[in-house]
Design a protein around this ligand. Structure first.
Ligand SMILES: Cc1ncc(COP(=O)(O)O)c(C=O)c1O
Length: 410
């Protein structure tokens, strides 16, 4: 494979126009859209509009006249189109962790006679920490049954209340089989929660076809919503209006502006709101989501798979002499949109790459992640990054002291 072959793929790429809509600095090869998506130019205009025209000029009247009051639901309905849900099943609100707290609390109430929660032990820690906090708060002897990916199905026994999994694993990039696992959980009488943080917007998802009960996710990765942009949660219609989520703030009250003394829950997805959201952050997130809505997710997935396959091949062809082992499944049917490589020197290698304009990231203890965002990652970026990585490995550049200084965010 040559660079020319990859140039040809870029020329034929049906998604290539999207890249022009993002601000990607000259000379930067960006492989971290799985952690923080790039900035759409349209976000700048929209945020300016919200600040100057809606907040600045219309002031508080914008809650009614600019659609602020229902923005969480409006954006939720857009996200629904990306992940196979219906109108009225998603709100874009709070953060992923808080949303996990809400849906886990409801799911555990719905299966009050069962005490086991199945989770991957190596999953993104906040999913576990939040669950441990909830267990502590409930004081009902719930237990997390930690398993790894090949043990999940066997772990779903008749004592399980809830199976809570990340669709694409943050570190390894492996993709779980949503349909089979959800079905197995239901056969055992359990409920499921899927964390879609690493899959929404980069591969087709069919929540309702898979009969999923609850889901959560964030908008700052492949949905390009901006740093710290709001999360979202999905509650299947059949589960709404039954159990009350515990963060019973006034926005989840049947009539917030009646200012009644006692709580009366909304009976729809609105019960999963809690309080006032950052409208500026929601507006920025909406722009990123609108962009993904314009793309055909079948094309996005096809390109994502091709980018992953080519990256693996280039690593094998050009870097076989170095201690870089593939963590992500080689079979594209079992992976999301990132490739992770393991190296005992992963941290300084990632720093040395950043120094030459190649941005990936590091996840302790030895995992180097390279994410592919098909709306702006080019095929030639793969070639150029692998060439730069080769120079770093050949020259041992990563050994320099400055690349071995710990940073807060890795
Ligand atoms: C799978 C997964 N869940 C949750 C989060 C983060 O949650 P929050 O948005 O609450 O910080 C991440 C962050 O990368 C993640 O990868």
């Amino acid at each position: 494979m040559t660079r020319k072959d990859l140039e040809e793929l870029d020329n034929q790429d049906p998604l290539k126009q999207f890249r022009t809509e993002f601000k990607i600095p000259e000379g930067i090869l960006y492989f971290d859209g799985n952690s923080l998506g790039a900035l759409p130019y349209a976000t700048v205009d929209r945020v300016n509009e919200v600040i100057l025209d809606e907040w600045g000029a219309k002031l508080i009247t914008s809650w009614n006249s600019s659609g602020w009051y229902s923005l969480s639901e409006t954006i939720g309905n857009k996200i629904a189109k990306l992940i196979g849900a219906d109108d009225g099943e998603i709100v874009c609100v709070d953060g992923t962790g808080l949303n996990i707290n809400k849906v886990h609390a409801v799911a555990l109430k719905m299966r009050a006679d069962r005490k086991v929660i199945v989770m991957e032990g190596s999953t993104f820690p906040t999913d576990v920490y939040i669950t441990q906090g909830l267990i502590d708060q409930l004081e009902q002897n719930h237990k997390i049954r930690f398993v790894e990916k090949n043990e999940i199905l066997d772990a779903i026994t008749e004592d399980v209340a809830l199976v809570s999994l990340t669709h694409v694993h943050y570190k390894t990039g492996h993709l779980l089989d949503m349909k089979t696992i959800t079905q197995k959980a239901h056969e055992a009488g359990a409920l499921v929660v899927w964390d879609l943080s690493h899959s929404a917007g980069v591969l087709p998802i069919e929540l309702n076809q898979c009969n999923v009960d609850f889901a959560v996710g964030c908008t700052y990765k492949f949905l390009n919503g901006g740093p710290g942009s709001p999360g979202y949660l999905f509650v299947g219609k059949r589960h709404q209006g039954k159990q009350i989520q515990p963060l019973t703030g006034w926005w989840s009250h049947e009539q917030p502006f009646a200012f009644e003394q006692n709580y009366r829950p909304k009976n729809d997805i609105g019960q999963f709101l809690s309080g006032t959201q950052s409208i500026i952050a929601l507006a920025a997130a909406e722009v990123g989501i609108d962009m993904v809505l314009r793309a055909d997710l079948a094309f996005v997935r096809k390109k994502s798979v091709a980018l992953g396959d080519i990256f693996i091949r280039l690593i094998q062809e050009h870097l076989a002499d170095y201690e870089l082992s593939l963590v992500t499944p080689i079979n594209s049917a079992h992976r999301g949109s990132q490739i992770s490589l393991r190296s005992p020197h992963g941290f300084p290698i990632i720093q040395a790459l950043k120094d030459v304009g190649v941005i990936g990231d590091f996840r302790s203890p030895d995992n180097m992640r390279f994410g592919f965002a098909p709306l702006y990652t080019r095929y030639t970026d793969l070639w150029d990054a692998v060439k730069k990585l080769k120079v770093i490995m050949e020259n041992d550049t990563w050994r320099a002291e400055r690349f071995n200084i710990p940073t807060d965010v890795t």
